[in-house]
Design a protein around this ligand. Sequence first.
Ligand SMILES: Cc1ncc(COP(=O)(O)O)c(C=O)c1O
Length: 381
Amino acid sequence: MLTCQKELFRIEEGVHFLNCAYLGPIARRVEEAGVEGLRRKRCPTEFPTTSFFDDCERLRARFATLVAGRPERVAIIPSVSYAIATAARNIEVSPWQNIVVLGEQFPSNVYSWRRLQRDVGFELRTVDRPGPAPAGLLWNERILESIDADTAVVTLPPTHWTDGTRFDLVAIGARARAVGAALLVDASQSLGAVPFEMEAVTPDLVVAAGYKWLLGPYSMSLAHFGPRFDGGVPLEETWIARHGSRDFQTLVDYVDEYIDGAVRYDVGERANFIQVPMMIEALDMILDWQPERIQGYNASLLGDLAAELRSLGWPIEEEAWRSGHILGVGLPEGMDLKELDERLVEARVYASLRGQSRRISPHVYNDSDDIAALRAVLLAG
Ligand SMILES: Cc1ncc(COP(=O)(O)O)c(C=O)c1O
């Protein structure tokens, strides 16, 4: 069982930060790696050309371990929207087909599909939440029903960003495969805090923003592209994704072929000397703690509060259909939201309002005192 890791972070005493789903704090060692990266460029005498490659390969290897994938299939990108735009560019969708998304899905996994829909004219099939919590079981059933022989793409998260509703990607993946649809997974709100079942899910893409549950810097995301995207066209034509790019003497002997795998999908200037070392440190911590144990730790922090609020009749998802690290607390009718916010601020409890839910999202730097502070505010009204 994992213990509280607060001493590895610089979270102010008296602050109850329960908002990792918004922004993950960076640990001391991650911060130090970033500062070191900044310092190295003061006077760039210590920059062999291998600096543009070696850390990137280390980073790919870490992410591949986390998703149980392959390093050469990992692309280093700035955002989830970048990965989704890359996927949208490389998937053929006919006007008579459909693409399945969820209601209130994070916009980075919606806008590329809306653009493609305007250009091509297919159905963008949105599977809405069937009603207030608990609705996870029915929502999952509706998703499976919505995938049919005309589905070209199913693109969704394992955990809903607004309230932590869990989606059964193994069942959804099997259904998508059965009809020949691509399965794209935005795991920004779960990867790192939940084990990823690559073999059972077999997604064509899994992408995660680095700055939330991966506890990395902002402006860095990682994506694992499956064989469906082999031979695809990237958003940018970078020099570094070509065969022979390690030899800086021959860069103008232009080579049209890309290195195999997903390196072609890397963003330009992917070898960010500040961000890449930070992300490596952050992933090393996560791999050391292990997502399964992180999930267990967060679930045990939230479990009693969730059960208590449910027993009081607050709309909260059933345990089987919510993830252990994000708790969407539906607020009882008549509760004054403004007043609740003021009390949270006063108690220095940080959590987000997402839709109709208050979203509570702890990580390994939290402990039972943080949950007690939150409970006191929620139940004071
Ligand atoms: C589910 C999900 N995906 C993606 C993102 C971030 O997307 P992007 O990297 O495109 O800014 C967020 C941010 O809150 C999110 O909750």
